[in-house]
Design a protein around this ligand. Structure first.
Ligand code: DON
Length: 308
């Protein structure tokens, strides 16, 4: 699997498996601005640790809303700055509940199950805001540096739409605040969280960002953002919690650490080897992209690149 032709052949085979499913699923509309995406788009890209980039699908360079995939990189930034202290404020167990569920948070005294669901990500954003003074700025800098594209940015229409329809996230944040688990003013944390989720990337760009983990925490410039152990821990959290209450299903079908977002993207990492990004806007009932999941399943079936 290191040969150029092999990857090109694999990607063609992935495309063949996905083609007849393009358009399936339902585009997220609980953030109305996200619903303005053509459901028939599909992109897929693989970036290798050797520096090669392969893509297939008509939309592997089309930017889409990163949404919850950002949760991986805010966690990486917080772990790189604050070490283990964030784990006093958020657990790392699968939730078995939807990503914006409130009731578990009440039972568990305002300490979210994991950083890959909304309340956990709000805690991580709060921590990053304390650590840097500008959480979304720190995330944007990291993403621009890892893609080599200084132009990555927040889609302000999506961010505003999230804010206007963000009562559930507001409720989660105030509930955690009532338990004393927020450090910064809730409106400020939410503002950074909404703008963070609304950053847009293409599959090719996302695959390049994912190399940070595939290279065990090493950045594109050769410096180490995360220790090898912390990179492994981030990927463990992705595997167990990154696809919400379908994480077991993803481990079974794909067998890689994955993180999905309601923009329809999914990032998967083959540690030491490559980073894979897939995008199709139609989601299944749990909020994961139908075609991106199929594409990743086909990729690991064909290549046997899995952590198992
Ligand atoms: O907060 C939200 O609901 C969205 N900005 C992100 C949701 C998403 O992608 C799935 N969440 N874990």
């Amino acid at each position: 699997m290191s040969d150029r032709d092999d990857y090109a052949e694999v990607l063609d085979a992935v495309m063949e498996r996905v083609r007849s499913h393009i358009g399936e699923g339902r585009v997220a509309d609980y953030i109305p601005e996200l619903a303005n995406v053509d459901p028939d788009e599909f992109g897929f890209a693989v970036a290798t640790v050797d520096g090669d980039l392969y893509s297939v699908g008509d939309h592997s360079r089309t930017r889409f809303s990163m949404q919850s995939i950002t949760k991986v990189f805010t966690l990486a930034l917080v772990m790189s700055r604050s070490g283990d202290s964030v784990w006093k404020r958020v657990h790392r167990e699968p939730s078995g509940n939807s990503f914006n569920s409130l009731y578990q948070l009440e039972f568990e005294s305002g300490v979210p199950r994991n950083p890959m669901i909304n309340p956990g990500a709000l805690i991580v954003t709060d921590q990053l805001l304390s650590d840097t003074g500008d959480a979304v700025g720190a995330l944007g800098e990291l993403l621009c540096a890892e893609t080599g594209d200084p132009d990555l940015h927040t889609d302000n229409l999506v961010a505003r739409s999230e804010d206007e329809h963000g009562d559930r996230n507001r409720s989660l944040a105030y509930l955690m605040s009532s338990f004393g688990n927020m450090r910064n003013p809730v409106p400020e944390v939410l503002d950074h969280y909404f703008r963070q989720c609304a950053i847009t990337v293409s599959c090719e760009e996302l695959a390049r960002v994912g190399l940070l983990l595939a290279r065990h925490g090493r950045r594109a410039d050769g410096s180490q953002l995360l220790s090898r152990s912390d990179a492994r821990r981030v990927m463990a959290v992705m595997l167990t919690c990154g696809t919400y209450d379908a994480a077991g299903e993803f481990a079974y079908r794909v067998g890689l650490p994955c993180k999905s977002g309601v923009g329809g993207g999914i990032l998967a990492i083959v540690p030491g080897r490559c980073s894979v990004a897939a995008w199709g806007p139609g989601l299944d009932a749990k909020g994961n992209s139908v075609t991106a999941a199929l594409a990743l399943e086909a990729f690991t079936d064909i290549t046997n690149c899995s952590v198992f």
